[in-house]
Write a protein that binds this ligand. Structure first.
Ligand code: PMP
Length: 291
């Protein structure tokens, strides 16, 4: 069976899933996206992802031509058509076809795309051994220019940081904000643990309000951790007892080295293991059933 992609109300074969070169999503990165996961035939934190999609759309004044309910139905239909139980779902809403000028008013019809596909995780060994990160020169977009809370098609800021990580020979980069505080990674939120306190940067530091970040913040008190959303610096990363990342694709993944400094003894910490396990349990048992 070929892969079916939802394109403006139709389910089309993968090869037929095409948009025009005049689409402003292609020409200018004018559009938004979401990444959602299904586990065991259940869509995890469905409402939160849909809400965030519509919030992103509102922030860039993009009218999604479907109600939230219709969008949910279209997503479920796409997963069912591909007979998937565990998958990654990518929603893309672009401004649509216009002309060569920037003006979004030239684009009357947004393109709505839903792709249900295989899951992309970091290679398995990093979930056991932990990731190495570097802090990179490229700073996270300032919220006053392009708010990192908008999941926009304009990911060049993160891509530049990812290239810097690649050049350093590691898989992920820590991005600082313009004031030098830790913001997030290129596609994941970041957490540190110090003296039984879990800290993650507040969203205003320049981070996406990650839906898996929320899950971690919910779970942490169960393990006796105090939870704080607080600004911190590179120095705090270096002296942390534990560090990990969260994201829809990555789930929860340990970090054991940053800028060549081992985090604690260079192996994932106990709280991190607890949170990884609790996260997996929640992801596999919660969520809206597709079938
Ligand atoms: N930060 C950025 C820049 C991201 O792109 C993502 C995920 N796409 C995240 C954080 C994690 O967010 P979530 O947990 O909602 O996937």
């Amino acid at each position: 069976m070929g892969q079916k992609v939802y394109l403006n109300g139709e389910l089309v074969e993968r090869e037929e899933a095409k948009v025009s070169v005049w689409d402003h999503g292609f020409l200018y990165g004018d559009g938004i996206f979401e990444g959602i996961r299904a586990y065991n035939g259940r869509i995890f934190r469905f409402k939160q992802h849909i809400d965030r999609l519509y919030d992103s759309a509102k922030a860039i004044m993009l009218d999604i031509p479907l109600t939230k309910k219709e969008m949910e139905e279209a997503i479920i239909k796409t997963i069912q058509a591909n007979e998937l139980e565990d998958c990654y779902i990518r929603l893309v809403i672009s401004r649509g076809i216009g002309d060569l000028g920037l003006n979004p008013e030239a684009c009357p019809n947004p393109n709505v795309i839903i792709i249900a596909s295989d899951i992309e995780l970091y290679p398995a060994k990093f979930y056991e051994e932990g990731l190495e990160l570097v802090t990179v020169p490229t700073r996270r977009n300032i919220p006053e220019a392009l708010n990192p809370r908008i999941k926009s098609l304009n990911y060049l800021n993160n891509i530049l940081a990812k290239m810097e990580a690649n050049r350093a020979g590691v898989l992920e980069a820590v991005m600082l904000n313009n004031e030098g505080y830790v913001a997030e990674c290129t596609g994941d939120n970041i957490f540190i643990i110090k003296d039984d306190t879990l800290v993650t940067p507040p969203v205003h530091a320049g981070a996406l309000k990650g839906i898996k970040r929320e899950v971690v913040l919910e779970l942490a008190p169960e393990f006796g951790l105090e939870v704080k959303e607080e600004l911190f610096t590179r120095h705090d990363l270096y002296i942390a007892d534990e560090c990990f990342l969260s994201g829809t694709a990555a789930e929860v993944i340990p970090v054991v080295k940053i800028d060549d400094r081992d985090i604690a003894d260079g192996t994932p910490g106990d709280y991190t293991w607890d949170l990884i396990e609790a996260f997996r349990e929640k992801a596999n048992s919660e969520g809206l059933s597709i079938y």
